[in-house]
Design a protein around this ligand. Structure first.
Ligand code: GLA
Length: 351
């Protein structure tokens, strides 16, 4: 039976380290943050449509529920494909959202590398399951479903990192994700008075239009050239067999996987200076080997280092977006920096 009005919240994420490894079956270390997307859904008795409202943008969309929904032929920017994709993918999973009014709002900047699109799809699906009177899907299945919305309906060939981070967030902890499986393990984030901040570079990015999908293609080509299913298994000696730029791309993936476990170990022994060095090394690798940085991001990294950051690096998919920086106690991060801390994952809210 469908419900009265329901509300769901899904957070964005920060990835401490382990970038562009998720779609290579690799390792990452994200945490959910406080800011996110809230979706409310209210049945429209007697109606036959979904009426969706993106409140922050003052934009609307509506479509008949009876219509067979199909993914668009070409990648579409914006929030609308997510609503259609959520309805269609949930139906495929046996959940039948009723005609309803959906309202979307949030405090997560879009295009800033904080996983606003994953937060949107997770909050949408949770609210639509609830308004359908269905149990929310099991979290891993929901993460995969949300990733299909992003891949097939919005044209962004992203991995599972953002959805898992949004769904499995815990206070005071990051989560080490081994995408093979995937296997998730909480990691205490005891920063002893240090702070992590994000600083928006000002260069907004659209994943679909950016080089992100191209990097994915390069990884597939490199794996095929090495006769592997995934770059996770690439032996370091095999790099010499690859032409450039594939050699550099694989070198990033392999070294970044190592940095994730080095960061987990450094956190475990309270060696926060080493965490900073690893963030710097990750940035160099993302800039030089993976080539996902842009001048605005370099300026933001330089500003953070000049302000005394122990480490600073580009965050998320790259080609713009935010920088993540790690400051010791007493330092003054550059103006515009926002402190980020691990927070609870996606959930239904009481009205
Ligand atoms: C984006 C994608 C993720 C991941 C990161 C890079 O955030 O959505 O799947 O690939 O980029 O680590």
């Amino acid at each position: 039976m469908s419900q009265a009005s329901v509300r769901a919240f899904a957070p964005g994420r920060v990835n401490l380290i382990g970038e562009h490894t998720d779609y290579n079956d690799g390792l990452c270390l994200p945490f959910a943050i406080e800011r996110g997307v809230t979706v409310s859904a209210e049945p429209l008795p007697g109606g036959d449509q979904i009426e969706a409202h993106a409140l922050d943008l003052s934009e609307h969309d509506s479509f008949p529920l009876a219509a067979g929904l199909r993914p668009p032929e070409r990648a579409r920017d914006g929030w609308r494909p997510f609503v259609r994709g959520a309805i269609a993918e949930l139906r495929g999973a046996g959940v039948e959202p009723p005609p309803c009014r959906v309202e979307i709002e949030g405090d997560l900047p879009r295009g800033a590398g904080l996983a606003s699109s994953a937060a949107l799809s997770v909050a949408l699906c949770m609210a639509l399951c609830a308004v359908a009177g269905a149990e929310t899907l099991e979290r891993l299945a929901l993460a995969r479903l949300c990733s299909r919305i992003e891949n097939d309906w919005s044209g962004r060939e992203t991995g599972l990192l953002d959805q898992l981070a949004s769904l499995y967030g815990q206070a005071r902890r990051a989560v080490r994700i081994d995408m093979r499986g995937p296997e998730l393990r909480p990691v205490e984030l005891d920063l002893a008075g240090h702070v992590l901040v994000t600083l928006d570079s000002g260069a907004s990015r659209s994943l679909a239009g950016s080089g992100y999908n191209e990097r994915r293609r390069e990884c597939r080509r490199a794996a095929a050239a090495l006769g592997l299913d995934s770059l996770r298994d690439a032996p370091a000696e095999a790099l010499v067999r690859l032409p450039e730029p594939l050699r550099r791309r694989v070198r990033h993936v392999l070294s970044e996987n190592e940095r994730v476990d080095a960061a987990v170990a450094a956190l475990g022994r309270g060696d926060l200076a080493e965490v900073g060095r690893l963030l710097d090394a990750s940035h160099r690798s993302l800039r030089d080997d993976y080539e996902v940085s842009v001048p605005e991001v370099e300026r933001a990294v330089t500003a953070c280092k000049a302000a005394g950051a122990l480490g600073a690096r580009i965050l998320g998919g790259g080609f713009g977006g935010s920088v993540l920086a790690f400051f010791p106690p007493g330092a003054e991060p550059p103006p515009g920096s926002v402190v980020v801390e691990p927070a609870l994952g996606a959930r239904l809210l009481t009205i």
